[in-house]
Design a protein around this ligand. Structure first.
Ligand SMILES: *Cc1c(COP(=O)(O)O)cnc(C)c1O
Length: 366
């Protein structure tokens, strides 16, 4: 007899991160993981350096300073916050705390891959719901809810599509759920959205007992390497998550950098402004080349390629990689003929526009 994992574990496709390699001698532009092209706030960088002087000390397990800083930035109560080793860890904690074998976890067909991993790791059943026009569909989600449903995961905006649900639709979704079903609103890209009908869900959480919002320092704050995220949740859910959380789950460097990053509003504004400008320019440039782009409100765009030998997404991926431009293949997300591109630096964006222009204009099969 060999040791056997729990049911579901072997159904997990191991998560493959965005590539980060280019041919030797070519300058690399990594546009495959939605990282911040401006990097973190200089104040966060300094906090990282300062934090290196006492690695022998355990970090503050309750993450008090970080919760205080987040609470101030968002005008919420620190007692409603849980911090995690990236928001991925929060998603896992929610599964660990609330899922029993055979329970159902609902998410949409192009939803973030981690949701499926969370479901399988808890021996729960992933229930995948169709989207409409590459966007989550509230009626379809509600129709998938059964008496075994425990969690709905909804990234808003979603990765890799970049599409979003207006807050009225999110409210309608919550209103249609039984009280024992948790709605997890994954706001990894919330800061980037510039739409009047969008809200991350903070107010909904203040008035409902079954909604959780997760957020991350990996994207707008440029701290992906440090692994720090958090959630805002009703008190009862916080008390449950605090029981399954590792005692020192967020390291001391991440805590210090997070505090500095969230206090630097100016740096965030610059990152948002840079993104706004280039998201629009890239969308327009690709449209002019005849490439369809899913309308995105995030810091990335999903570019669809022609179904034509020599001009498919994998041809484009190989062509771009040869020039050191690393985008993300998204076959695992149900898009075999698209690539996801992170909005990069001016230099990187200009290089991709130029390279894709050449790729689309070249004679067939060259
Ligand atoms: C990047 C991303 C996250 C963030 O994960 P971290 O663990 O905080 O780095 C969460 N959800 C979605 C949809 C993402 O794209």
């Amino acid at each position: 007899m060999l040791p056997q994992p729990k049911p579901g574990i072997m159904n997990i496709d191991i998560y493959v991160p965005g590539k980060s390699r280019a041919p030797a001698g070519v300058k690399l532009h990594k546009l495959s993981s939605n990282e911040n092209p401006l990097g973190p706030s200089p104040k966060a960088r300094q906090a990282i350096i300062d934090s290196a002087s006492h690695p022998e000390l355990y970090p503050d397990g309750s993450a008090s300073a970080l919760k205080e800083a987040i609470a101030r930035a968002h005008a919420i109560n620190p007692e409603n916050i849980v911090c995690g080793n990236g928001s991925d860890e929060i998603l896992s904690m929610v599964g660990q705390a609330f899922l029993e074998p055979g329970d159902e976890v609902v998410f949409t067909e192009h939803g973030f891959l981690v949701y499926r991993i969370v479901a399988h790791s808890c021996s729960a059943v992933p229930v995948v719901v169709k989207e409409t026009d590459e966007c989550a569909d509230v009626d379809a989600i509600l129709a998938a809810v059964t008496d075994r449903t425990r969690i709905i995961f909804l990234a808003n905006p979603n990765n890799p599509t970049g599409t979003y649900l207006p807050i009225d639709e999110v409210r309608r979704l919550q209103a249609g759920l039984p009280g024992n079903v948790i709605l997890v609103l994954d706001g990894a890209y919330a800061e980037y959205v510039r739409r009047n009908d969008y809200e991350s869900g903070i107010e909904l959480i203040s008035s409902c007992n079954n909604v959780i919002m997760t957020r991350t320092f990996s994207k707008i704050h440029g701290l992906a390497a440090l692994r720090v995220g958090w959630c805002y949740a009703p008190r009862r859910i916080v008390e449950i998550l605090e029981r399954v959380r590792g005692p020192f789950n967020v390291n001391g460097t991440a805590l210090a950098a997070g505090v500095a990053a969230i206090q630097d509003r100016g740096h965030m504004e610059r990152a948002i402004e840079h993104n706004d400008k280039w998201l629009a320019r890239l969308t327009q440039a690709y449209g002019e080349m005849g490439l369809r782009v899913t309308p995105s409100v995030g810091n990335f765009l999903l570019v669809h390629f022609p179904d034509e030998p020599g001009r498919t997404a994998s041809d484009a991926d190989a062509f771009l990689t040869g020039k050191g431009l690393i985008l993300r293949a998204v076959t695992g997300y149900g898009f075999p003929n698209a690539l996801r591109m992170t909005v990069g630096t001016e230099e990187a964006n200009t290089a991709v526009i130029e390279a894709l222009g050449a790729f689309m204009a070249k004679p067939d099969n060259l």
